[in-house]
Write a protein that binds this ligand. Structure first.
Ligand SMILES: NC(=O)c1ccc[n+]([C@@H]2O[C@H](COP(=O)([O-])OP(=O)(O)OC[C@H]3O[C@@H](n4cnc5c(N)ncnc54)[C@H](OP(=O)(O)O)[C@@H]3O)[C@@H](O)[C@H]2O)c1
Length: 245
């Protein structure tokens, strides 16, 4: 079986490391790629073809893991060349996923959840052909959500909406605790119900949000636009909080 990769960043590199079988060959292309990507391809010794079109032509599974911004153009260019399954792993909205579906037959909507360089990530997938990827369970956790394109994209947004909204209230509570000189006690009392690692996880979330507040605001705005018909009081409040950081 041949798995073609369009994009050779952290996601693809981890898949190549995890999926090791004599029956599976990964291929990609160095066409128009940066030095960073070319070095990664060389390091992992993945076979290359001159163009991504060549890759799409012969892949049984074509994986698109490049960037949310590039995902639609990549699907337009290579979706039709591929007769196999087209697995989109980009962090994209349901709307973009539906746009991609117009250009691609055999689309599977996918997401890798959790730390990308983990030894045991979980990949959620949906779509008519999702079941055909269950064999990947030999190498990572694969969960089929449904046969509907868009379901995984919705779950991705819901997860993002939940974690970011929670981080907003966490930042606010932590600020109040600091003003009262009660930071440690604040984490201690919540750890009683949320688990011993609550402080470590919380500090990591706060730091990550403060360092990437622009991207976090953009992601919250995307959630608000995607679920515009819903009553999104909490998510909108989180965005307002992030605007003040
Ligand atoms: N990292 C995560 O934790 C994570 C988790 C789940 C999902 N995702 C999603 O998965 C996708 C890939 O993430 P990543 O972390 O692997 O990204 P990354 O490390 O930034 O790598 C992106 C790769 O895609 C290539 N690329 C960009 N545009 C391309 C195009 N038009 N044609 C072919 N290759 C292209 C880049 O090549 P150049 O170096 O030449 O630009 C690079 O090799 C993103 O959409 C991201 O949102 C990421």
């Amino acid at each position: 079986m041949i798995i073609g990769l369009i994009g050779f960043g952290k996601v693809s590199q981890n898949l190549v490391k995890l999926i090791q079988s004599n029956n599976i060959k990964f291929i990609t292309s160095k066409e128009n790629r940066s030095q960073y990507t070319i070095e990664a391809i060389n390091r992992l010794n993945v076979e290359t073809l001159p163009t991504f079109k060549d890759v799409a032509d012969i892949s049984d599974i074509l994986i698109s893991a490049n960037s949310p911004f590039a995902s639609l153009e990549v699907a337009e260019k290579y979706g039709k060349c591929s007769n196999g399954i087209y697995l989109d792993l980009n962090n994209i909205s349901p709307e973009t996923t539906f746009e991609i579906e117009k250009h691609v037959s055999n689309l599977v909507d996918g997401a890798i959840i959790g730390k990308i360089d983990s030894d045991n990530p979980t990949m959620y997938i949906s779509g008519n052909d999702a079941d055909k990827l269950l064999f990947l369970n030999d190498y990572l956790n694969v969960k089929v959500i449904s046969d509907k394109i868009g379901d995984v994209a919705i779950l991705k947004l819901l997860r993002s909406s939940y974690t970011k909204t929670l981080t907003a209230i966490l930042i606010e509570s932590y600020e109040i605790a600091k003003n009262h000189n009660l930071e440690d006690e604040f984490f201690d009392v919540i750890s009683l119900t949320e688990g011993q690692d609550f402080k470590v996880k919380s500090m990591s979330r706060i730091k990550n949000t403060l360092n990437n507040s622009k991207r976090k605001r953009e992601e919250l705005t995307e959630i608000i636009n995607s679920f515009s018909g819903q009553d999104l009081v909490m998510v909108k409040a989180a965005l307002e909080k992030f605007n003040r950081l």
